[in-house]
Design a protein around this ligand. Structure first.
Ligand code: SF4
Ligand code: SF4
Length: 124
């Protein structure tokens, strides 16, 4: 999450879903790799961010309070799963995954009005 998106006052998807991805994303030889020590093995080919596979999910890399102020402590090295999840109205349409994560935290879905009043240049 950067400091110019609705995600900075949310963080719900980082504390709602299992965040899994192909193991090679945590391979240092691939550059800005996901820190391996913050992951856990899900299957022979999949890793997940620690904490996101728990009954009450919360990514180990998430800082702050969901629904108030949050940040991803590994933002430049976050997995593709996180890069690909766009907040609702980021590109002019709602995103069910965003809305459902926010609902799980009793947060209303983002509206186009609330989003277009802010920058649209980043993802969580
Ligand atoms: S993508 Fe949606 S649920 Fe995730 S942090 Fe951003 S606003 Fe919240
Ligand atoms: S790696 Fe960062 S963006 Fe991805 S779930 Fe964890 S805190 Fe959220």
């Amino acid at each position: 999450m950067s400091d110019i998106t609705p995600c900075n006052r949310c963080g719900a998807c980082c504390a709602a879903y299992r965040v899994s991805f192909y193991w090679a994303e945590a391979a240092p030889e691939l550059g800005d790799a996901v820190p391996l020590e913050l992951t856990e093995k899900v299957s022979p080919t999949l890793l997940a961010m620690q904490g996101t596979w728990d009954k009450t999910p919360r990514c180990i890399a998430l800082r702050g309070e969901v629904g108030a102020q949050t940040a991803c402590s590994i933002y430049p090295s976050r997995p593709s799963t996180c890069r690909e999840l766009q907040y609702s109205w980021q590109h002019g349409q709602p995103n069910e995954r965003c809305d459902q994560a926010r609902a799980a935290w009793n947060l209303p879905p983002l509206s186009s009005l609330s989003v277009w009043g802010q920058s649209k240049n980043s993802s969580p």
